[in-house]
Design a protein around this ligand. Structure first.
Ligand SMILES: [Zn+2]
Ligand SMILES: [Zn+2]
Length: 121
């Protein structure tokens, strides 16, 4: 059979079509190599080099933007890690006992109140 994209390949066996489309066909549309940084264009494989050449300023800008975004995220995460570390250090010094005491005080309090009341009815 012929290539579904009607490219220069003359004949191709059915089993090879998908591989040809995915890997070789010059007329198959493929995602730009910079898809992950935000270029959503789909170009024919044979036009990809030209696209990369023509759009390289824009790709560079996209790359810059995503680096900036990543840097901000890394900063944010660093701050969160610091906060969590500080919180954990604070917790490590006191709270477990304090929390336990508060809980058992409340529990004893209600336990003392209710039993004496009910037998009298
Ligand atoms: Zn083809
Ligand atoms: Zn692109």
């Amino acid at each position: 059979m012929k290539c579904p994209n009607d490219c220069t390949v003359e004949t191709i066996c059915r089993a090879e079509v998908k591989k040809h489309m995915d890997e070789d066909c010059p007329l198959q549309r493929v995602a730009c190599r910079y898809e992950r940084i935000g270029c959503t264009e789909q170009v024919r494989r044979q036009d990809l080099e030209r696209h990369l050449e023509e759009e390289k300023d824009r790709h560079l800008q996209l790359a810059m933007d995503s680096v900036v975004e990543l840097t901000l995220k890394v900063d944010e995460m660093a701050i969160k890690v610091e906060e969590l570390t500080a919180e954990r250090e604070e917790n490590g010094l006191q709270p477990p006992d304090e929390v336990g005491e508060t809980y058992s005080d409340e529990f004893d309090f209600s336990a003392e109140i209710s039993p004496p009341v009910s037998p009298q009815f």
